[in-house]
Design a protein around this ligand. Structure first.
Ligand SMILES: Cc1cc2nc3c(=O)[nH]c(=O)nc-3n(C[C@H](O)[C@H](O)[C@H](O)COP(=O)(O)OP(=O)(O)OC[C@H]3O[C@@H](n4cnc5c(N)ncnc54)[C@H](O)[C@@H]3O)c2cc1C
Length: 450
């Protein structure tokens, strides 16, 4: 099975006993194309034991509100239903993993635990806490990256140019078909509980200050439909993806973020479709190299969301320009209310607030202007992360932390010509945007009250 062995990282080695195997699903919330589920089932079948999938749901998670929780829970409801059809029970348990998983494992005599890979600090802590509390074999499977993050490199990479080479060498051994989960032949003895998203949102008292986004449909089925419609216009990716007034991008990021679709499936379908090679290549560069570079950054930089994580040259140049005069200074509240002097920036902020997804090109401009208009790089970083994680449906993702660090702190970039406030950090301007796309049309689409 295409490199499955190299996706597995033993947290605690060992053979299972006679009890069921449990897959603690976390980042990769899907049934299709899920290597962690495949490994858990394969292990359970080899030992002739039942298989169960468990998801622990904490009531707070890095500032997520009903906007993100609702999307996740509606996707998980479909996971529970599909697993039921395969005789694999699914349990969503309210509470922090270290509190609820050991009890679940004990009560159900689980003999081996599998989870998926996630480079975020909180997830690493959860895994460590659970590993300390349970005494059974425990394995992590990287089913988010096409080439496993721990394998492709053992250090933080300098940039896309260094990771691209490493990924390129390994990709042919990993980019193959993924086996499907089967109907499970060994009975767990009790059925999973149907998942009730509304009931859980209330029970967990999830922050209701941001409601769910009407029209944003979650789940594997919708993710596949979004992919299919993107493949029909993939040719436009090469020419239109940097134009925020056009529909050139895939809009797959919320589905990739919640693991409702596998990046490997997306890459396989893109390779097979009839689009131009240039469009395919530029999309696969983002989907594979840039996305996996973000996991590499967060995995090997545990303080990925701080000034100290920026490259040395960037910290130095930002320090040299700390005292530069700012023509505009905005508080986090003013930024949040899109109350700046710049209608283009305000439109980007309003697009994110109202739709849950700012266009990719505007994300760079948006974050760079926050650096220009706040008192320090630290304040800029903290405001950008707060706003990104609060409003984007795909927020709290390694791509977000890397993208913000790229914009504000020169991560994975090089020094550019020196200027006020930015020092040698790459600059973006309103006029630069106006030379690339119809800024008036974008501003018109996302003005206050629209
Ligand atoms: C300041 C800033 C903040 C960002 N915040 C997030 C975030 O919170 N969550 C998030 O998923 N992405 C984030 N990105 C990365 C990127 O902008 C989005 O992934 C992309 O715009 C999502 O739209 P799409 O799925 O239509 O992208 P497409 O262009 O269709 O790309 C397909 C996929 O490739 C990956 N990808 C594309 N661009 C990048 C990139 N620059 N870096 C890493 N991966 C990429 C994503 O997984 C994306 O879904 C951020 C970028 C910046 C500069």
């Amino acid at each position: 099975m295409y490199g499955l062995g190299n996706r597995i990282y033993p947290i605690r080695h060992g053979e299972p006993g006679h009890g069921p195997v449990a897959y603690w699903m976390s980042r990769d919330q899907r049934v299709s194309d899920n290597w962690a589920l495949v490994f858990a089932q394969d292990t359970a079948i080899r030992h002739a034991v039942p298989l169960v999938v468990v998801f622990s749901i904490a009531g707070t998670f890095l500032g997520a509100s009903r906007r993100q929780y609702g999307f996740m829970l509606r996707g998980l409801k479909q996971v529970a239903e599909r697993l039921k059809g395969l005789s694999i029970p699914f349990f969503a348990i309210p509470g922090e993993p270290a509190r609820v998983l050991p009890e679940f494992i004990e009560r159900n005599s689980i003999s081996l635990l599998v989870t998926d890979f996630d480079p975020l600090r909180i997830k690493a802590r959860w895994r460590e806490d659970v590993a300390r509390a349970v005494h059974i074999p425990f394995y992590e499977v990287d089913t988010h990256n096409i080439v496993p993050c721990r394998l492709v490199s053992d250090k933080r990479e300098y940039g896309a140019y260094t990771l691209r080479k490493k990924i390129g060498k390994l990709l042919p051994s990993f980019l193959g078909e993924i086996p499907a989960a089967q109907g499970h032949p060994y009975d767990f003895g009790r059925e999973g509980k149907p998942l009730d998203p509304d009931g859980l949102l209330d029970l967990l008292r999830v922050d209701a200050s941001l409601k769910e986004l009407p029209g944003r449909i979650a789940g594997e089925k919708e993710a596949a439909a979004v992919l299919s419609s993107f493949l029909d216009h993939l040719d436009r990716y090469g020419t239109e993806r940097n134009d925020p007034t056009r529909n050139g991008q895939s809009r797959l990021s919320p589905y990739l973020h919640f693991g409702q679709i596998s990046a490997q499936r997306v890459a396989l379908e893109v390779k097979r479709c009839h689009a131009k090679d240039t469009a395919k290549e530029s999309f696969l560069e983002e989907l594979i190299v840039r996305r996996e570079l973000s996991d590499n950054y967060c995995h090997y930089t545990p303080h990925y969301d701080s000034f100290a994580a920026f490259p040395e040259w960037a910290r130095k140049t930002l320090d040299d320009h700390r005292r530069d005069k700012r023509d505009y200074l905005y508080s986090r509240d003013e930024l949040e209310l899109a109350a700046t002097h710049d209608p283009l920036w305000n439109a980007a902020q309003l697009q994110m607030v109202s739709t849950g997804s700012m266009h990719g090109y505007m994300r760079m401009y948006w974050a760079k202007k926050i650096l220009e208009w706040t008192a320090s790089p630290e304040e800029a970083l903290s405001a950008a992360i707060y706003l990104n994680d609060r409003y984007q449906l795909d927020g709290r993702d390694p791509n977000g932390y890397a993208g913000i660090a790229w914009s504000i702190g020169g991560l994975h970039d090089r020094p550019w010509g020196e200027r006020n406030i930015f020092g040698k950090i790459r600059y973006m301007s309103y006029n630069g945007c106006a030379s690339k796309f119809n800024v008036k049309r974008y501003i018109e689409a996302f003005k206050p009250g629209v």
